[in-house]
Design a protein around this ligand. Structure first.
Ligand code: NI
Ligand code: MN
Length: 238
């Protein structure tokens, strides 16, 4: 299994929310914490944050973004339209970007990549245009790369992400219904050519039926694949 570099910790807060501690900086991906039913209560106090990366604007990814940003004042990276909306809600240190681009923040490089999903922002009783859903390849100082796909279906250009950015570890949704399920996620593993996968976006709601065991079975042909079966609150590395 791809070991995280020394001193780097990745904690799954449940659903698609992860806290990456590089040893130098604390980076929250998809801030859904206080209202995330899968997040253990003892992890809901995040402490200080240096950056927040947002894949898309659905409530289960940005539900606590404004509150957390105001409390911890991180740099907040999102696609242009969603970043602009967050700014309109009083989030101060937004960095808007778009797919294909790379932004250096908190000692890492955040490469924004494609995702096949929607991105409406629920604002009161309206759904506003939030740009497009995206994923991130996060490149640590020593070159180690983590891919958080965000919510997505499988798409053949995952092969391009694999070729250009060569992620060492992939965080992939497997729940089905709103994202790919285990069979599609197994194809994503083949396209990306990754050997370490952390399943996410499953089990939170009854409709998210995919399981890590299903992914293991569907990807049984992939030599050397490790499906890292974390529980919410579980940590890799450290
Ligand atoms: Ni979504
Ligand atoms: Mn989602």
């Amino acid at each position: 299994m791809a070991q995280l570099p020394d001193g780097v910790k990745l904690t799954w807060l449940g659903h698609a929310t992860f806290l990456l501690d590089t040893g130098e900086a604390r980076i929250l991906i998809d801030p859904w914490v206080q209202n995330n039913p899968a997040c253990p209560d003892d992890l809901k106090d995040l402490g200080s944050l240096d950056a927040m990366l947002i894949t898309h604007a659905h409530f289960d990814h940005i539900g606590d973004a404004v509150q957390i940003a105001k409390a911890t004042s991180p740099e907040v990276i999102a696609i242009v339209e969603t970043a602009t909306w967050l700014g309109s809600k009083g989030v101060e240190k937004t960095i808007d970007m778009n797919k294909g681009g790379t932004v250096e923040v908190a000692g890492v490089k955040a490469h924004m990549v494609h995702a096949v999903h929607s991105c409406g922002i629920t604002d009161g009783d309206q759904i506003l245009y939030g740009g497009e859903a995206a994923g991130f390849v996060i490149e640590l100082a020593d070159g180690f790369k983590l891919y958080h796909s965000g919510d997505t279906a499988v798409f053949s250009d995952m092969e391009l992400i694999g070729r250009l950015l060569e992620p060492d570890i992939a965080l992939l949704p497997i729940g089905d219904h709103y994202t790919m399920g285990p069979r599609s996620a197994a194809e994503a593993v083949r396209l990306l050519d990754v050997k370490t996968v952390v399943p996410m976006h499953f089990g939170t709601f009854p409709v998210l039926v995919g399981t890590p065991e299903d992914l293991r079975r569907e990807a049984g042909d992939v030599d050397g694949l490790e499906v890292v079966d974390l529980d919410p609150g579980g940590t890799l590395g450290g």
